[in-house]
Design a protein. Sequence first.
Length: 590
Amino acid sequence: MDFFSVLSMIGGLAMFLYGMDTMGDGLAKTAGGKLEHILEKLTSTPIKGVLLGAAVTAVIQSSSATTVMVVGFVNSGIMKLSQAVGIIMGANIGTTITSWVISLSGIESSNFFLQLLKPTSFCPVLALIGIVFLLFTKDDKKHDIGRILLGFAVLMFGMDTMSNAVKPLADVPEFTSILTMFSNPFLGMLAGTVLTAVIQSSSASVGILQALCATGSVTFGTAIPIIMGQNIGTCITALISAIGAKKNAKRAACVHLYFNIIGTVLFMIVFYTLNAFVHFAFLDTAANAAGIAVVHSVFNVAATLCLLPFHRGLEKLAVLTVRDSAEDEEDELEGLPSELALLDERFLEKPAFAVGHCLKVARKMAELTEESLMLSTQLLEEYDKKKARKVATLESQIDTFEDMLGTYLIKLSAKPLSVADNQTISTILHCSGNFERISDHAMNICETAQDMNKKELEFSEKAREELQVYINALRDIVAMTMRAFAQEDYELAKHVEPLEDVIDGINDKAKKHHIKRLQKGKCTIALSVAFEDLLTNFERVSDHCSNVAVCMIQMRDDVYDTHEYLDTLKENNTPEFRAMYEEYKQRYSL
């Protein structure tokens, strides 16, 4: 094997790993987080968990990614440890699909139709379709499909290049002697573990082993221990992911490790004990890609069937390993809504899924914002110290929401995202800032109510009537805005701007009426300051509601000039806008 063959082998390996990564990313983006949401919800029984774990892993082509997702689910409290066990077992089965696809390269036949099944026959067509989708279409979904097809083509060309490059190794005695050394079960298992731990993908390391089969020097006696080790090595990704996580997340990573270690030890004890008596003849025969796929699948299915009845035992073993401390660790999110736990950095590896979690957090933020505004306006009707404290607590929580969500979204925006996901991130960033400002104004309203209560100030009957009309309109626009955001209801969002126009009119009239009362001596300076503060905060709350609704509509319509949009909306004065405006004007008239 000369220098140029080594270069070819390295190049083939690079293409193989890059193709696998590109194909996996494309598959994950095409799935758009749907598969992960299924994992999140449909894991009520261990058997269901195994099936789902296998299916999701077969699609996203990575047991490591599935396991890391599960660690994230457990860490954020979405999933219980008992639910995670079945998925982890299923992930090991799902990852074997890659080795079966790669094994197609070993097809040897003069039959035309069988030749078509060889990746080297159909990959050029897939690559052509993929590049056409990427270069000549604008549809985001087609771009993702193009990446999947190109990734698969590059993977298979890399595999073919690698296989051709290592064939001359068959004539190198040193290479054969090294492989003979790996026939020792312990050394072979150690080699497989280290290789997989380094590249963090059992599918990729099995693919490399399948490529080495092209030399004809890899026997089943050498391959089997290496495959066993590869299953242990793939646990490294989940273990790294669990660093700094909560106890149950660390336990989920331990379940993955124990499942593979116990499964491997059991398999090797049973297999080599039987071999001592039966002497399996196939161990000395040369392995091929299909044979490697069979061994890989048989081991993972057998390990799952053996250990699934003892899933509670695996769970207890993990609990014994990661014990509860005498004093439970303090949760840094204690006192805050559980939704914030969804902003787990592990989910950043599956951006489409992370975007869905950000939406959940933003919807909770909208809910808290509405609650703070409703409570603060209730204080003007009847002051209550408990409600005032609740408004202050909500304002602090909403500030935390904005900080954590904004930081997470910035990290997420650096990941490969679809156009739709990018728009969603922009919408959340814009709207969350407006939610935080609404909560600030709710706090200002609360402080005005506190000050009036302390000084025993009370508005005149006419002023109270006007404020009540204003408060009713304000509550309506806030509830409408938050519902439109939470339900992604663009038709409802269209109602916000007409009501905001009506509120502007209420604000102007209320100010004029207030000035008249002041001139007639029916209002004191202290009450005047309080009244003006309330009107200012009310009007600004309605402005922020308008910002949220307009942002939603603009992002959907791919238009980004807010002033131009609003100017056009009001200049055109469409019958629809006018009808909504008149309806709200009648409902909230001073």
